[in-house]
Ligand binder design. Structure first.
Ligand code: FE2
Length: 422
């Protein structure tokens, strides 16, 4: 059999060692010792391969603006929103496109080929949503992007923002977003959740709401999202992002909520960089961790995945768009340190992310599916999470689109491999 590309001796997450043959952009054969005349060959040599990393939550419109017009000195969510509010009237579609495009380049180079982006649609400037929609369409061959219309300032605090959210749907966004805990009152927060679901139903879009991104244990809009998901019949198409108040819920309410979320089929997205640095800021010691209950949600059968959220922007001046680093940070903050749990955390950054984005039909290492692949310079998921290794090759639709030569280290002239002695 001939093909365009064959990857030899690739280690799958389930431990099998296989060859993978791609033709016309799709996997055509996966098995042992495949004949592949004329195909370009890559020797994976037992390295771990996975389907693409998935970044389920990224504010691409704000990326690479850190320090403009000023730094967020307090590090709080509110100062970040204020700095961003000062900057965004001056942004242009081209500026948004260029910065976001650069982050997509960083992402794909490290194996992330699916991104759910958030475009701020609060206020009169449409540059953020127009810039990201153009990016989505222009980079589709390299990276699958879904754009969420995100009303950073809420939809009821300022005249016209409700209409602007709907207008973003007319412009063609993939998901409708919200931020109910940021509305002026709880009643308006409830009204916002219902409005988001009405719009999703009316326009046939997915839902991705910033929900309960606070340390306030009384912020409980997630249960309303679960209820609306069932009422509107949108199971599997709804995501609640951040949900950090869950880190302050007491056990009885938490267990009730887990059941609601499982029944509704809601996806939860944890954003380790922002959650670890922004939550708990106002606490005196002991300080809360401010994470959604990732480990307990997985145990309850709720799908959980991960996002970078913030990269060199008003909320976070660091970041390099690496989902392995995000997964590693989440692992530590959510106590996912068991051997199987470490592997599961890599699934949160890959397969579970694909489920959140509802792209499973076009995702996965299976014959007939698009030939997208990440070849890690490590032999197992645990070593990936320990070492954060180079992505040796990144393959999109059967074509090698990124390649990294791993660094080598010597000590007194002898190699240091960071592996235990044999
Ligand atoms: Fe966010």
């Amino acid at each position: 059999m001939s093909g365009d590309l064959v990857v030899r001796n690739a280690r799958l997450l389930d431990g099998r060692l296989v060859d993978l043959l791609a033709q016309d952009g799709r996997w055509t054969r996966i098995g042992e010792s495949l004949a592949a005349d004329g195909a370009h060959e890559l020797e994976a040599d037992g390295r771990l391969v996975t389907a693409p990393l998935v970044d389920c939550h990224l504010h691409l419109d704000a990326s690479l603006t850190a320090g403009t017009p000023r730094w967020n000195e307090s590090g709080t969510l509110i100062e970040g929103i204020n700095v961003w509010g000062e900057l965004k009237p001056s942004l242009t579609e081209q500026d948004v496109f260029d910065r976001a495009h650069e982050i997509v380049r960083w992402s794909v180079a490290q194996g992330t080929m699916f991104i759910r982006a958030h475009a701020d649609v609060s206020g009169e400037n449409e540059a953020m949503v127009r810039g990201l929609l153009r990016l989505r369409d222009e980079v589709a061959d390299l990276c699958t992007i879904q754009v969420t219309a995100f009303p950073q300032d809420g939809i009821f605090a300022r005249e016209g923002d409700d209409e602007r959210l709907e207008n973003a749907l007319r412009l063609g966004v993939d998901c409708v977003g919200g931020i109910p805990h940021y509305e002026p009152t709880s009643e308006l927060g409830l009204k916002e959740v219902h409005r988001v679901f009405e719009l999703a139903k009316q326009y046939g879009r997915r839902v991705d709401v910033h929900c309960d991104e606070t340390d306030d244990p009384n912020s409980r809009f997630l249960e309303v999202m679960a209820d609306d998901t069932v009422k509107y019949g949108l199971g599997g198409r709804v995501t609640a992002s951040h949900c950090t108040a869950m880190g302050s819920y007491e056990p009885y309410y938490s267990s009730k909520l887990h059941g609601f979320l499982k029944r509704a089929g809601i996806n939860v997205v944890v954003n380790p960089f922002a959650n670890s640095l922004i939550q708990g800021r106002l606490d005196v010691y002991p300080k809360r961790r401010g994470f959604a209950q990732l480990k307990e949600l997985l145990a309850a059968g709720v799908n959980v995945s991960l996002g970078n959220d913030v990269i060199m922007d008003p909320w976070y001046s660091l970041g390099r768009a690496d989902m392995v680093e995000a997964a590693s940070l989440a692992l530590h903050f959510t106590y996912m340190s068991g051997r199987d749990e470490i592997v599961e955390m890599l699934r949160c950054a890959t397969e579970r992310g694909a489920k959140t984005l509802a792209v499973e039909d076009e995702y996965g290492i299976e014959e007939g599916k698009p030939a997208d692949l990440v070849v890690f310079d490590a032999p197992s998921a645990i070593e990936v999470m320990r070492l954060h290794p180079a992505r040796r090759w990144v393959i999109r639709r059967g074509r090698v689109v990124a390649e990294t030569t791993p660094a080598t280290t010597t000590l007194l002239g002898e190699p240091v491999t960071f592996a235990p002695p044999l």
